[in-house]
Design a binder for this molecule. Structure first.
Ligand code: CP
Length: 359
Protein backbone atom coordinates (compact mmCIF):
# COMPACT_ATOMS: atom_id res chain seq x y z
CA UNK A 1 0.00 0.00 0.00
CA UNK A 2 1.26 3.45 -0.84
CA UNK A 3 -0.10 4.95 2.36
CA UNK A 4 1.80 4.24 5.54
CA UNK A 5 -0.88 5.12 8.10
CA UNK A 6 -4.59 4.36 8.30
CA UNK A 7 -6.19 7.68 9.27
CA UNK A 8 -9.04 7.79 6.75
CA UNK A 9 -9.98 4.63 4.83
CA UNK A 10 -10.35 6.74 1.68
CA UNK A 11 -6.57 7.32 1.74
CA UNK A 12 -6.34 3.67 0.59
CA UNK A 13 -7.16 2.58 -2.95
CA UNK A 14 -10.09 0.29 -3.65
CA UNK A 15 -7.51 -2.37 -4.58
CA UNK A 16 -6.00 -1.96 -1.08
CA UNK A 17 -9.43 -2.50 0.49
CA UNK A 18 -9.98 -5.66 -1.54
CA UNK A 19 -6.55 -6.95 -0.59
CA UNK A 20 -7.34 -6.49 3.13
CA UNK A 21 -10.85 -7.94 2.78
CA UNK A 22 -9.53 -10.99 0.90
CA UNK A 23 -6.85 -11.55 3.52
CA UNK A 24 -9.43 -11.22 6.33
CA UNK A 25 -11.54 -13.89 4.61
CA UNK A 26 -8.52 -16.17 4.25
CA UNK A 27 -7.63 -15.70 7.93
CA UNK A 28 -11.25 -16.45 8.91
CA UNK A 29 -11.13 -19.70 6.93
CA UNK A 30 -7.70 -20.89 8.12
CA UNK A 31 -6.68 -18.89 11.20
CA UNK A 32 -4.01 -21.42 12.14
CA UNK A 33 -2.03 -20.54 8.99
CA UNK A 34 -1.49 -17.01 10.34
CA UNK A 35 -0.52 -17.79 13.94
CA UNK A 36 3.01 -16.51 14.54
CA UNK A 37 3.23 -14.40 11.37
CA UNK A 38 3.86 -11.22 13.42
CA UNK A 39 6.19 -12.83 15.95
CA UNK A 40 8.67 -10.26 17.27
CA UNK A 41 6.40 -7.33 16.38
CA UNK A 42 5.07 -4.95 19.01
CA UNK A 43 1.91 -2.83 18.80
CA UNK A 44 0.89 0.01 21.12
CA UNK A 45 -2.79 0.58 21.85
CA UNK A 46 -3.23 4.14 23.14
CA UNK A 47 -6.87 4.51 24.14
CA UNK A 48 -7.62 8.02 25.40
CA UNK A 49 -11.34 7.14 25.23
CA UNK A 50 -13.26 4.01 26.36
CA UNK A 51 -13.61 1.01 24.07
CA UNK A 52 -14.45 -2.68 24.25
CA UNK A 53 -14.55 -3.95 20.65
CA UNK A 54 -11.89 -1.85 18.97
CA UNK A 55 -9.34 -2.12 21.73
CA UNK A 56 -9.80 -5.80 22.47
CA UNK A 57 -10.16 -6.89 18.85
CA UNK A 58 -6.88 -5.12 18.03
CA UNK A 59 -5.20 -6.76 21.02
CA UNK A 60 -6.68 -10.18 20.20
CA UNK A 61 -5.66 -9.73 16.55
CA UNK A 62 -2.03 -8.97 17.41
CA UNK A 63 -1.80 -11.80 19.97
CA UNK A 64 -3.31 -14.27 17.46
CA UNK A 65 -0.68 -13.20 14.92
CA UNK A 66 2.02 -13.94 17.49
CA UNK A 67 2.92 -10.31 18.23
CA UNK A 68 2.79 -8.43 21.52
CA UNK A 69 0.88 -5.40 22.79
CA UNK A 70 1.69 -2.54 25.16
CA UNK A 71 -0.30 0.61 25.88
CA UNK A 72 -2.91 2.23 28.09
CA UNK A 73 -6.67 2.36 28.20
CA UNK A 74 -6.73 5.23 30.65
CA UNK A 75 -4.43 8.17 29.81
CA UNK A 76 -4.57 9.26 33.46
CA UNK A 77 -2.33 6.29 34.25
CA UNK A 78 0.28 7.62 31.80
CA UNK A 79 2.31 10.83 31.64
CA UNK A 80 -0.55 12.41 29.71
CA UNK A 81 -1.85 13.17 33.22
CA UNK A 82 1.31 15.26 33.83
CA UNK A 83 0.64 17.33 30.73
CA UNK A 84 2.68 15.47 28.10
CA UNK A 85 1.59 16.49 24.61
CA UNK A 86 0.18 14.10 22.02
CA UNK A 87 3.18 14.79 19.78
CA UNK A 88 5.70 13.83 22.50
CA UNK A 89 3.71 10.76 23.57
CA UNK A 90 3.68 9.52 19.99
CA UNK A 91 7.38 10.30 19.41
CA UNK A 92 8.24 8.17 22.45
CA UNK A 93 5.82 5.27 21.98
CA UNK A 94 6.50 4.89 18.24
CA UNK A 95 10.18 4.52 19.13
CA UNK A 96 9.28 1.45 21.22
CA UNK A 97 6.87 -0.26 18.83
CA UNK A 98 6.24 -1.25 15.22
CA UNK A 99 2.65 0.00 15.10
CA UNK A 100 0.59 2.54 17.08
CA UNK A 101 -3.20 2.30 17.37
CA UNK A 102 -4.83 5.37 18.82
CA UNK A 103 -8.36 6.29 19.92
CA UNK A 104 -8.88 9.86 21.06
CA UNK A 105 -11.93 11.97 21.93
CA UNK A 106 -10.67 14.92 19.86
CA UNK A 107 -11.19 15.17 16.09
CA UNK A 108 -8.05 14.94 13.98
CA UNK A 109 -5.96 13.44 16.80
CA UNK A 110 -4.89 10.41 14.75
CA UNK A 111 -3.87 12.62 11.83
CA UNK A 112 -1.81 14.72 14.25
CA UNK A 113 -0.26 11.57 15.76
CA UNK A 114 0.80 10.33 12.33
CA UNK A 115 2.90 13.47 11.82
CA UNK A 116 5.13 12.58 14.76
CA UNK A 117 5.25 8.79 14.54
CA UNK A 118 8.22 6.76 13.36
CA UNK A 119 5.95 3.76 12.68
CA UNK A 120 2.49 3.30 11.12
CA UNK A 121 -0.44 4.85 13.01
CA UNK A 122 -3.97 3.43 12.91
CA UNK A 123 -6.93 5.65 13.69
CA UNK A 124 -9.14 3.69 16.10
CA UNK A 125 -11.66 6.58 16.27
CA UNK A 126 -11.08 10.33 16.58
CA UNK A 127 -13.96 12.03 18.36
CA UNK A 128 -17.04 12.30 16.16
CA UNK A 129 -14.91 12.40 13.01
CA UNK A 130 -13.86 9.00 11.57
CA UNK A 131 -13.53 5.33 12.53
CA UNK A 132 -11.85 3.65 9.55
CA UNK A 133 -11.23 0.23 11.13
CA UNK A 134 -14.92 -0.03 11.99
CA UNK A 135 -15.57 0.55 8.30
CA UNK A 136 -13.09 -2.16 7.35
CA UNK A 137 -15.03 -4.39 9.72
CA UNK A 138 -18.28 -3.37 7.99
CA UNK A 139 -16.83 -4.04 4.53
CA UNK A 140 -15.64 -7.50 5.59
CA UNK A 141 -19.09 -8.21 7.10
CA UNK A 142 -20.99 -7.07 4.01
CA UNK A 143 -18.69 -9.07 1.74
CA UNK A 144 -19.24 -12.18 3.87
CA UNK A 145 -23.00 -11.88 4.38
CA UNK A 146 -24.24 -9.93 1.32
CA UNK A 147 -21.52 -11.02 -1.12
CA UNK A 148 -21.14 -7.46 -2.49
CA UNK A 149 -20.34 -3.83 -1.65
CA UNK A 150 -22.47 -2.33 -4.42
CA UNK A 151 -25.94 -1.90 -5.91
CA UNK A 152 -27.54 -1.81 -2.48
CA UNK A 153 -29.98 0.55 -0.76
CA UNK A 154 -28.37 1.30 2.56
CA UNK A 155 -30.22 2.98 5.41
CA UNK A 156 -28.26 4.67 8.20
CA UNK A 157 -30.28 5.50 11.26
CA UNK A 158 -29.72 7.48 14.46
CA UNK A 159 -26.92 9.89 15.30
CA UNK A 160 -25.64 10.72 11.84
CA UNK A 161 -24.11 13.97 13.10
CA UNK A 162 -21.77 12.57 15.74
CA UNK A 163 -21.50 8.96 14.58
CA UNK A 164 -17.96 8.60 13.26
CA UNK A 165 -18.76 5.09 12.02
CA UNK A 166 -21.47 6.62 9.80
CA UNK A 167 -19.09 9.19 8.31
CA UNK A 168 -16.48 6.55 7.56
CA UNK A 169 -18.83 3.97 6.03
CA UNK A 170 -20.55 6.56 3.84
CA UNK A 171 -17.20 7.76 2.53
CA UNK A 172 -16.27 4.16 1.73
CA UNK A 173 -19.51 2.81 0.26
CA UNK A 174 -20.04 5.90 -1.90
CA UNK A 175 -17.04 4.71 -3.93
CA UNK A 176 -19.43 2.08 -5.31
CA UNK A 177 -22.83 2.52 -6.98
CA UNK A 178 -25.10 2.45 -3.92
CA UNK A 179 -28.14 4.41 -2.74
CA UNK A 180 -28.32 5.85 0.78
CA UNK A 181 -31.30 6.67 2.96
CA UNK A 182 -30.27 8.86 5.88
CA UNK A 183 -32.73 8.41 8.74
CA UNK A 184 -32.36 10.95 11.54
CA UNK A 185 -33.86 13.93 13.30
CA UNK A 186 -32.94 17.35 11.91
CA UNK A 187 -30.70 17.96 14.92
CA UNK A 188 -28.65 14.81 14.28
CA UNK A 189 -28.43 15.07 10.48
CA UNK A 190 -25.27 14.21 8.56
CA UNK A 191 -22.54 16.93 8.55
CA UNK A 192 -22.32 19.02 5.39
CA UNK A 193 -18.85 17.80 4.51
CA UNK A 194 -20.03 14.17 4.29
CA UNK A 195 -23.03 15.25 2.18
CA UNK A 196 -20.59 16.99 -0.15
CA UNK A 197 -18.72 13.68 -0.53
CA UNK A 198 -21.99 11.90 -1.36
CA UNK A 199 -22.90 14.58 -3.89
CA UNK A 200 -19.47 14.34 -5.52
CA UNK A 201 -19.76 10.54 -5.69
CA UNK A 202 -22.97 10.68 -7.73
CA UNK A 203 -24.64 8.18 -5.36
CA UNK A 204 -28.28 9.17 -4.80
CA UNK A 205 -29.26 9.85 -1.19
CA UNK A 206 -32.28 11.12 0.66
CA UNK A 207 -32.81 12.39 4.18
CA UNK A 208 -35.91 11.08 5.94
CA UNK A 209 -37.33 11.06 9.46
CA UNK A 210 -39.27 7.79 9.61
CA UNK A 211 -37.54 4.43 10.09
CA UNK A 212 -40.89 2.63 9.63
CA UNK A 213 -41.37 4.15 6.18
CA UNK A 214 -37.80 3.58 5.06
CA UNK A 215 -37.25 0.01 6.27
CA UNK A 216 -39.15 -1.89 3.50
CA UNK A 217 -36.80 -0.42 0.87
CA UNK A 218 -33.52 -1.41 2.51
CA UNK A 219 -30.91 -4.06 1.74
CA UNK A 220 -28.82 -2.93 4.72
CA UNK A 221 -29.88 -1.09 7.87
CA UNK A 222 -26.98 0.45 9.80
CA UNK A 223 -28.32 1.37 13.25
CA UNK A 224 -26.30 3.68 15.51
CA UNK A 225 -26.28 4.76 19.14
CA UNK A 226 -27.08 8.35 20.06
CA UNK A 227 -23.59 9.50 21.08
CA UNK A 228 -24.31 10.87 24.56
CA UNK A 229 -20.67 11.78 25.15
CA UNK A 230 -20.68 14.22 22.19
CA UNK A 231 -23.65 16.28 23.40
CA UNK A 232 -23.12 19.64 25.07
CA UNK A 233 -26.19 19.24 27.32
CA UNK A 234 -28.02 16.38 29.04
CA UNK A 235 -31.38 17.97 28.04
CA UNK A 236 -30.55 17.79 24.34
CA UNK A 237 -29.48 14.15 24.70
CA UNK A 238 -32.74 13.34 26.53
CA UNK A 239 -34.71 14.85 23.63
CA UNK A 240 -32.87 12.71 21.06
CA UNK A 241 -32.55 9.35 22.79
CA UNK A 242 -35.15 6.69 21.99
CA UNK A 243 -36.42 8.47 18.86
CA UNK A 244 -35.31 5.43 16.85
CA UNK A 245 -35.80 1.93 18.24
CA UNK A 246 -35.60 -1.13 16.01
CA UNK A 247 -37.97 -3.80 17.31
CA UNK A 248 -39.62 -6.94 16.00
CA UNK A 249 -42.68 -5.01 14.80
CA UNK A 250 -40.62 -2.73 12.55
CA UNK A 251 -38.66 -5.71 11.23
CA UNK A 252 -41.94 -7.25 10.02
CA UNK A 253 -41.94 -4.54 7.35
CA UNK A 254 -38.39 -5.36 6.19
CA UNK A 255 -37.13 -7.62 3.42
CA UNK A 256 -36.25 -11.21 4.24
CA UNK A 257 -32.64 -10.60 3.19
CA UNK A 258 -32.12 -7.33 5.08
CA UNK A 259 -28.76 -7.13 6.91
CA UNK A 260 -29.02 -5.29 10.22
CA UNK A 261 -25.64 -3.91 11.24
CA UNK A 262 -24.64 -1.82 14.27
CA UNK A 263 -21.07 -0.90 15.24
CA UNK A 264 -22.07 -1.40 18.91
CA UNK A 265 -22.26 -0.72 21.78
CA UNK A 266 -26.03 -0.43 21.63
CA UNK A 267 -28.10 1.14 24.36
CA UNK A 268 -31.85 1.03 23.61
CA UNK A 269 -31.91 1.48 19.84
CA UNK A 270 -32.27 -2.26 19.09
CA UNK A 271 -34.47 -4.29 21.41
CA UNK A 272 -32.99 -7.62 22.61
CA UNK A 273 -35.83 -9.55 20.90
CA UNK A 274 -34.25 -8.61 17.54
CA UNK A 275 -31.01 -10.42 18.42
CA UNK A 276 -32.40 -13.83 17.49
CA UNK A 277 -33.65 -12.65 14.07
CA UNK A 278 -31.38 -14.11 11.35
CA UNK A 279 -31.15 -10.62 9.82
CA UNK A 280 -29.42 -9.27 12.94
CA UNK A 281 -25.72 -9.50 12.07
CA UNK A 282 -24.17 -7.13 14.60
CA UNK A 283 -22.55 -9.77 16.80
CA UNK A 284 -21.07 -11.51 13.74
CA UNK A 285 -19.96 -8.03 12.59
CA UNK A 286 -18.01 -7.51 15.83
CA UNK A 287 -16.28 -10.86 15.28
CA UNK A 288 -15.42 -9.93 11.68
CA UNK A 289 -13.69 -6.90 13.23
CA UNK A 290 -10.98 -9.05 14.74
CA UNK A 291 -10.22 -10.72 11.39
CA UNK A 292 -10.32 -7.36 9.59
CA UNK A 293 -7.76 -6.02 12.07
CA UNK A 294 -5.56 -9.13 11.75
CA UNK A 295 -5.50 -8.50 8.00
CA UNK A 296 -4.84 -4.77 8.41
CA UNK A 297 -1.97 -5.31 10.87
CA UNK A 298 -0.42 -7.90 8.54
CA UNK A 299 -0.59 -5.61 5.50
CA UNK A 300 0.69 -2.50 7.28
CA UNK A 301 3.63 -4.33 8.85
CA UNK A 302 4.53 -6.14 5.62
CA UNK A 303 4.44 -2.95 3.59
CA UNK A 304 6.25 -0.88 6.20
CA UNK A 305 9.30 -3.16 6.38
CA UNK A 306 10.97 -1.47 3.41
CA UNK A 307 10.19 2.15 4.36
CA UNK A 308 12.30 4.66 6.21
CA UNK A 309 10.79 7.21 8.57
CA UNK A 310 10.13 10.69 7.26
CA UNK A 311 8.08 13.28 9.12
CA UNK A 312 5.02 14.03 6.96
CA UNK A 313 5.47 17.38 5.21
CA UNK A 314 2.68 19.89 5.72
CA UNK A 315 0.78 20.28 2.47
CA UNK A 316 -0.63 23.75 3.17
CA UNK A 317 0.74 25.24 6.41
CA UNK A 318 -1.28 28.30 7.46
CA UNK A 319 -0.51 29.22 11.04
CA UNK A 320 -2.29 32.53 10.50
CA UNK A 321 -5.66 30.67 10.30
CA UNK A 322 -7.31 28.93 13.24
CA UNK A 323 -9.70 26.00 12.75
CA UNK A 324 -13.20 27.07 13.85
CA UNK A 325 -14.12 23.58 15.11
CA UNK A 326 -13.73 23.67 18.91
CA UNK A 327 -13.41 19.87 18.86
CA UNK A 328 -10.40 19.97 16.47
CA UNK A 329 -7.07 18.75 17.84
CA UNK A 330 -5.42 22.03 16.81
CA UNK A 331 -7.56 23.77 19.44
CA UNK A 332 -6.40 21.32 22.12
CA UNK A 333 -2.68 20.97 21.27
CA UNK A 334 -1.56 24.56 20.63
CA UNK A 335 1.88 23.61 19.31
CA UNK A 336 0.46 21.70 16.31
CA UNK A 337 0.99 23.40 12.95
CA UNK A 338 -2.27 24.39 11.27
CA UNK A 339 -2.80 23.13 7.75
CA UNK A 340 -5.69 23.52 5.29
CA UNK A 341 -6.68 22.30 1.84
CA UNK A 342 -8.26 24.93 -0.38
CA UNK A 343 -11.36 24.03 -2.40
CA UNK A 344 -13.68 26.45 -4.18
CA UNK A 345 -12.78 29.39 -1.97
CA UNK A 346 -13.11 27.26 1.16
CA UNK A 347 -10.37 26.27 3.60
CA UNK A 348 -10.70 22.70 4.85
CA UNK A 349 -8.82 21.73 8.01
CA UNK A 350 -6.53 18.79 7.21
CA UNK A 351 -7.03 17.33 10.69
CA UNK A 352 -10.81 17.44 11.22
CA UNK A 353 -12.27 18.38 7.77
CA UNK A 354 -13.96 21.53 9.16
CA UNK A 355 -14.85 23.83 6.25
CA UNK A 356 -14.29 27.54 6.62
CA UNK A 357 -14.84 30.55 4.39
CA UNK A 358 -12.47 33.36 5.29
CA UNK A 359 -13.98 36.86 5.43
N1 CP B 1 -17.59 -0.20 17.51
C1 CP B 1 -16.77 0.34 18.42
O1 CP B 1 -15.97 1.24 18.13
O2 CP B 1 -16.93 -0.17 19.68
P1 CP B 1 -16.02 0.20 20.93
O3 CP B 1 -16.30 1.65 21.27
O4 CP B 1 -16.42 -0.72 22.02
O5 CP B 1 -14.58 0.06 20.52
Amino acid sequence: MNVRHLIDLNDFTTADWHRIIRLAQEIMEKPQDYYGTCQGKLMATLFYEPSTRTQMSFQAAMHRLGGSVIGFDNPLNSSVSKGESLADTIRIVSGYTHLVTIRHPVEGAAQAASRYSSCPVINAGDGGHLHPTQTLTDLVTLTKYKGTLQNMTIGLCGDLKNGRTVHSILKALSRFPNKFILISTKELALPAYVKDILNASGCPFEEVYSLEEAIPRLDVLYMTRIQKERFSSEEEYERQKNVYVLDRKKLLRARADLAVLHPLPRVDEITPEVDSDPRALYFEQAKCGMYARMALITCLLQDDASRSFKEIPLSHPRNDIKCTNPKCITNHEPSLPHTFRENGGMFICEYCDERMILQ
